[in-house]
Design a protein around this ligand. Structure first.
Ligand code: BGC
Length: 751
């Protein structure tokens, strides 16, 4: 198909003549054909373009022509579509059809904080800034589609890709994804929301068939996708690798046709995940619009001319010619791709974007500053007038923007925690000890950190040296956690344990016994076991913060920034605290054999028998005390939450007004979290569910009133029998607090 197109390249002027002649089309009044005339509506242009396309041209826009692009129709002036990962920065350029680096020297981007960190800001304005900034980077790099954000729910803390998602709660995720999508798309770049749906683990990601009841699907796993589509107006969505009801999700009748396109009215494109397409008939009929990353038919695997053998390439074309597939379905797909073009690369007015700019670094730092969560602080932080600081731990020096899978980046600059600390505390004597050896690698997909993390000392010596140094230090800052190597926070395989790897617990406990001012900084995108939580005076949940990681951490350690992040997930004591208990729940049990490409694969059947009780919903139900609850995060100041007032009615919407006063001596921000509780209901409901929040920034002594409005949807559950959201009449409670376990005000109301 590519060959055909190359022969047909014509100028836009020639297009008018050629099309007029070939298809008998009239030009619009101003002499321009309708499809090129941007004074016409998008629908008019789409229909006109569609009517001029040959069968071959229609098929050619439905599948990849390279690793990250699909062909346009040069004869008509319809452009190629270029995509890029996502979701934390713009991936470095790879070769046309190989994963190797293209070797550009101009593709070193800004790495923004990982999405878990963004979620921890609990600030939709940070999401908007993030979306706008990353959209500008995508646009500058001439990408039409950004492969992100990811909105899958943290069902288990073992999921290797949790760091690319927004945490465990569908409401928080929904509120945060909408401005991200809008921010990206304001640049004329489509956000491709992924991975739709039920892609909540990496282990067996290609073969897991999820069995989940409808109520759980609609209440927990779909809301963020729905919000991204209906409120964010997402122009693209990516199918996931796994299966649901026996069908792979990149061509899944239930998810793509019935729910996404029919129920939600999605008019954008469904893009396959890379290699997620397995069958032409299913791809044609079950909702896929653009196929990417398929390893072809196995005959020409990874070869340069293999794109013609994609499921939605020649096999589809042949089926159309023989009458096996209908033209309406084809036209529907092509219309969606044309809409994508008109929204992105056919939009002459889209801004030009910018790349690796000081503004983007500042945005990354601001988001990082708001994301860091102060979990515990017994008078140690912020660090003021320190004379001697010892920093311990590999994550203080290890570059984290390289690794983790498809979100791996090549950055212009990454400030490590140690660099940030040294820069900020330049008047102090800052020393470093490794403490443990984790992952000394620093390479992903041909991008290398250039760091030499090799270490000749053995574990015992490293521990001894760290403890000796700690005895002489005033402050000890341990910086560890997970990293982005295999079986940590990384794509392709889940974590093998809930505990910190590399015997870090031993190091932390040894430091705690000699250092009264010990600060433990955990860098991860997932909850980890913290058996030493009671032994250390200060704990910070840090994240993969990207380019400005070190600056943001130093901002918070020093008190230049007052921490205001809140956990987007629950930290339990052990894995047993979480709802996943059996092999049927995770990682699934072997089921039928199914064709996967040219091979047969054993499908793993997995049942979400915990239902809607995920995250804090489970901890509440089972009355398990978490180590740190969902929504928790401290500040260097103190706040007082006033008695809420309420106006309106559940029928028409209720607005709660609640005053927040900064009762301490430094400026800071508090997030008021609103949970709704429905004590009596015909179905079992979670003890409470997040349905609103507001982040309030306050000077010392200042009071502001936070307003949170809810409507009937906040009271509703999904009634699977009726296939509808239902709010039952009766008494409800609005619970206001500063975490899911720190509820300080309750308002009763009746619906
Ligand atoms: C990932 C996607 C990513 C794609 C392209 C896949 O392996 O699951 O999230 O966008 O690769 O790199």
């Amino acid at each position: 198909m590519k060959t055909h197109l190359v022969c047909c390249i014509l100028s836009a002027v020639a297009v008018v003549t050629a099309c007029g002649n070939q298809n008998g089309k009239q030009a619009a009044g101003n002499g321009m054909p309708v499809f090129l005339d941007d004074s016409k509506t998008m629908d008019e242009r789409v229909e006109d373009a569609l009517s001029r396309m040959t069968l071959e041209e229609k098929v050619t826009v439905l599948h990849a022509q390279s690793k990250f692009s699909s062909a346009g129709v040069p004869r008509l002036g319809l452009p190629e579509v270029w995509m890029s990962d996502g979701p934390h920065g713009i991936r470095p350029e790879v070769l046309w059809d190989k994963w190797e680096q293209a070797g550009w020297t101009s593709d070193s981007c800004t790495a923004f904080p990982a999405l878990t960190a963004l979620s921890a800001t609990w600030n939709p304005e940070m999401s908007r800034l993030y979306g706008k900034s990353i959209g500008e980077e995508a646009r500058y790099r001439k990408k039409d589609v950004l492969l992100g954000p990811g909105v899958n729910i943290n069902r288990t803390p073992l999921n290797g890709r949790s760091f690319e998602y927004f945490g465990e709660d569908p409401y928080l995720t929904s509120r945060m994804v909408v401005p991200y999508v809008q921010g990206v798309q304001g640049n004329g770049v489509a956000a491709c929301v992924k991975h739709f749906a039920l892609n909540n683990q990496e282990t067996n990601r290609f073969t897991t068939d999820v069995n989940v009841d409808d109520r759980t699907l609609y209440e927990i796993y779909l809301p963020a996708f729905k919000a991204a589509v209906q409120e964010g107006g997402a122009w693209a969505i990516m199918g996931s690798y796994n299966l649901y009801k026996g069908q792979w999700n990149c061509h899944n009748q239930y998810l793509l046709n019935d729910i996404l396109k029919k129920e939600w009215g999605f008019d954008g494109v469904v893009v396959s995940d890379w290699g997620g397409t397995h069958d032409t008939k299913e791809a044609v009929e079950n909702g896929l619009d653009m196929e990417f990353g398929t390893w072809t038919d196995g005959l020409k695997s990874m070869a340069s001319n293999s794109y013609d053998s994609y499921y939605l390439a020649n096999p589809y074309l042949e089926g159309l010619k023989s009458g096996k597939y209908d033209m309406q379905t084809l036209d529907d797909k092509v219309r969606r791709v044309l809409r994508l073009m008109y929204r992105t690369n056919m939009d002459k007015n889209r801004p030009y974007g910018s790349f690796a700019s000081p503004e983007h670094a500042a945005a990354a730092r601001k988001i990082g500053d708001e994301a860091i969560v102060l979990l515990k602080n017994e008078g140690v932080l912020p660090i003021k007038d320190a004379k001697k600081i010892l920093v311990v731990g590999e994550n203080a020096i290890k570059m984290m923007t390289v690794g983790g899978g498809s979100s791996s980046l090549k950055v212009k600059k990454e400030y490590s925690p140690l660099e940030g600390i040294k820069e900020r505390f330049k008047d102090a004597d800052v020393e470093y000890e490794r403490g443990y050896i984790g992952d000394v690698g620093g390479e992903y997909n041909g991008v290398s950190t250039g760091q030499d993390l090799s270490e000749s000392r053995f574990a015992e010596q490293l521990l001894k040296d760290a403890v000796t140094a700690a005895k002489n230090a005033e402050y000890v800052i341990f910086i560890g956690g997970l990293n982005k190597s295999d079986h940590q926070d990384a794509e392709g395989a889940d974590r093998l344990s809930y505990s910190l790897p590399y015997s870090q617990d031993t190091v932390i406990e040894a430091l705690a016994s000699v250092a009264p001012k010990l600060v433990v900084v955990n860098i991860s995108g997932n909850a980890v076991a913290m058996p030493w939580a009671d032994m250390v005076p200060a704990i910070i949940q840090d994240w993969y913060l990207g380019s400005e990681a070190g600056h943001s951490l130093a901002d918070v350690l020093s008190g230049d920034v007052n921490p205001s992040g809140k956990l987007p997930f629950t930290i339990g004591a052990t894995l047993d605290d979480y709802p996943i208990k059996t092999a049927e729940q995770y990682p699934g049990v072997p089921g039928e054999e199914k064709r996967l490409g040219t091979n047969m694969a054993t499908i793993m059947n997995e049942t979400y028998s915990e239902g809607i009780f995920v995250g804090y919903r489970w901890f509440d139900k089972e009355k398990i005390t978490p180590v740190f609850p969902f929504g928790h995060g401290l500040s260097y100041t103190t706040f007082e939450i006033g008695e809420p007032s309420m106006v309106g009615s559940a029928e028409r919407g209720i607005t709660f007004k609640v005053s927040v006063k900064n009762t301490g001596s430094v400026a800071g921000a508090e997030t008021v979290e609103l949970y709704i509780s429905d004590a009596e209901c015909s179905v079992e409901r979670p003890e409470k569910e997040l349905k609103g929040f507001a982040k309030v920034f306050l000077e010392p002594g200042e009071t502001k009133v936070a307003e949170i409005t809810i409507d009937k949807s906040a009271l509703s559950f999904f009634d699977a029998g009726k296939h509808a959201w239902v709010a039952e009449k009766g008494d409800f409670q609005a619970l206001f607090g500063t975490s899911s376990r720190d509820i300080c005000r309750t308002v009763k109301f009746t619906y």
